[in-house]
Design a protein around this ligand. Structure first.
Ligand SMILES: *Cc1c(COP(=O)(O)O)cnc(C)c1O
Length: 225
């Protein structure tokens, strides 16, 4: 397990996808997802050049934050329980899992500044998935005007669990189309220019379909627990 080596390989794939699809590499940000690894492995990632870290649990975030807070940007990527908001809100730069009004209300209430949020979308409509259904996203985003501490920087999704690359591609493509619909509203609190999509197994497709933030765990930092 060598984070630097993994990063070099991932970087090459991202550059290739950018080149083929006419994208500027500087518009794609890697978030190293460290939920399955220790602080030591996380430090190794930062030393390898990672500047954005993602965690999906409050305790994981707090531990790593204490060690590394000033060195990186912090992303909360997992489903977020309303009662956990106050523990993490001052520590995170982005929340990727805004998926209900009660959560928006709590983020707004607990934060002293604007928080960059991604609205999580259940593009595939699978029962088991978190996120707002595509046809409800526009309504939901309009409602964010009541919560001035929420800034909708973009949309986030997780691809369906399948080997079928075409199905994954459609999912990412639909998220991008939806983000264009939101952009067209020109809401000051919802610029919606970012797309958080792509994980270890599908980040190349995500780059091809317009991802601006990739959430990469296992293939970058491995899995220790
Ligand atoms: C764990 C997780 C990831 C990273 O998954 P890998 O397959 O390990 O790259 C990305 N996004 C979310 C929301 C996650 O919970």
């Amino acid at each position: 397990m060598n984070v630097k080596g993994n990063l070099i390989e991932i970087e090459a794939s991202i550059e290739e996808a950018c080149k083929q699809f006419g994208r500027d590499r500087s518009n794609v940000q890697i978030i190293a997802v460290t939920k399955y690894v220790s602080i030591d492995r996380t430090i190794e990632a930062v030393e390898a050049g990672i500047t954005h870290l993602g965690e999906s649990r409050d305790d994981g975030l707090l531990k790593k934050w204490d060690e590394l807070n000033h060195k990186v940007a912090w992303h909360f990527i997992g489903s977020l329980q309303t009662k956990k908001v106050k523990k993490i809100i001052d520590k995170v730069d982005y929340i990727h899992s805004l998926d209900r009004l009660s959560l928006a209300e709590e983020i707004h209430k607990r934060s002293s500044k604007q928080i960059n949020c991604f609205v999580q979308v259940n593009v595939s409509g699978e029962e088991s998935k978190h996120g707002i259904h595509s046809n409800e996203v526009i309504d939901f985003i309009h409602k964010m005007k009541d919560f001035p501490n929420i800034r909708v920087v973009g949309l986030m999704t997780m691809a369906p669990f399948t080997e079928d690359q075409q199905v994954i591609r459609e999912c990412f493509r639909n998220l991008r189309l939806l983000s264009l619909d939101v952009q067209a509203l020109t809401l000051p609190y919802a610029p919606c220019l970012e797309l958080s999509m792509g994980m270890s197994n599908d980040f190349e497709i995500a780059v091809e379909e317009g991802a601006t933030f990739l959430r990469i765990g296992t293939s970058l930092v491995g899995k220790e627990f």
